[in-house]
Design a protein. Structure first.
Length: 94
């Protein structure tokens, strides 16, 4: 959780596009030694909807009124880092 609690949702009217780096639960049902079992890292990209002491919510769709839908809710303890992405509106390929 390197920057998770430091990351704040900007209330400048425009939602942030972020990458959430998180760990998923791993379970085994075989003879794998305990020392070999680790959480699985994942990354999710989305528009930041909510961030507080308990959860981070990101959505995969934003409408023309900037309402966010398709929500994924992460327990704060599973999130390792949040990275803000910058969108370029330039159409110049160079």
């Amino acid at each position: 959780m390197s920057n998770v609690l430091k990351f704040k949702k900007e209330d400048d009217g425009e939602p942030s596009l972020v990458v959430v780096h998180w760990l998923d639960i791993t379970a085994t049902a075989d003879w794998t030694e305990g020392e070999e079992v680790e959480p699985t890292p994942f990354q999710t990209v989305g528009w930041l909807h909510t961030i507080n002491d308990s959860v981070i919510k990101v959505g995969n769709t934003m409408d023309e009124e900037q309402k966010i839908y398709g929500i994924t809710c992460f327990p704060i303890g599973c999130v390792e880092q949040i990275q803000e992405l910058q969108l370029s509106t330039s159409t110049d390929p160079s």
